[in-house]
Design a protein around this ligand. Sequence first.
Ligand code: ADP
Ligand code: MG
Length: 339
Amino acid sequence: MRVTVLTGGATAERAVAFAGAAQVVAALRGRGHEVYVVDTAGGLLTRADEAQALAPAVGKTPPSTAELETRERQMLSEELASLPVVQGADVLFLALHGGTGEGGILQALLDVIGVPYTGSGPLASALAMDKDVSKQLFRAAGVPVPAWFLAPVTPEDVTAALGWPVIVKPSKQGSTVGLTLVKKPEGLEAAVRLAAQYDDEVMAEQFIPGRELTVGVLGDVPLPVGEIIPKHELFDYECKYTPGMSEETFPAKLAPKLARQLQEYALLAHRALKLGGYSRIDFRLSLDGDIFCLEANTLPGMTGTSLLPQAARAAGIEFPELCERICQLARNKRSGRGG
Ligand SMILES: Nc1ncnc2c1ncn2[C@@H]1O[C@H](COP(=O)(O)OP(=O)(O)O)[C@@H](O)[C@H]1O
Ligand SMILES: [Mg+2]
């Protein structure tokens, strides 16, 4: 297969994208595929560029992106479609997170270019990126979600409708960037201001104390449930990307009935947003044993130790095979899809 990995991008999750790309590229080359790498906010990477850019270390805080945005705009509007490695690819592997690359804009452009790409289409990508719309659709599909509403929000609103502590987060972000657990009314304003730096829509959400669970979906089949025990109170950026900062168990130690229920909800959530190929759905399990769905990830982390690859491994699918299957799912899809 000729696979071109699209990675980098102009988002706070750029370093995370490169870390995933490094391993996807190695895995696919190891299986004998012809693999090229394009930074959507840079261009085609030579092997020397690759060695430098595709570093596995993510760092403790997200990188700054302002200068990259201009370059990305130029790439997407002028250069990407005419790159021979894009036009001639059997499949484009999207190792991107956040922004244009995950939110449906790149997917729409790739539908126009007409080359198959991994993951969900433009509509599904945009729905999943928007946590407010996602949760409305989850709820309509019978998947339980924490109570929430969009800012403006006063401490009185929180006390009346959500209770304290409360989670404040940007509606369209990822990697726990801009998210705060607000314990007291005095902290609300600053938390909303922080979240507003990342998105013009900010949500206040009922905090669910308890366990952190995630379910991968691969080609319409839910993978074994995973549990994450972060070293911090929340599964924050540092815990997500620093080895040793969270403990992960696949399959999670859960009563079989509860695990099946989570898998069923994951599949319902996947379908509710019309997701394609693969996804990873995040949940909280309350102290009373109630399940709450937080969000769907259309391009979940893809380093060998990321959650979806761990879930696949628990189902007997090793990382290189997972990468190949994700490519195959993309190639099997008709082009011009809506989802
Ligand atoms: N309502 C909530 N209750 C408890 N923890 C939450 C809640 N919302 C978010 N979190 C914590 O913050 C993390 C990131 O939130 P999430 O909604 O998955 O956004 P993203 O991963 O896209 O940044 C979660 O994995 C969880 O640890
Ligand atoms: Mg999440």
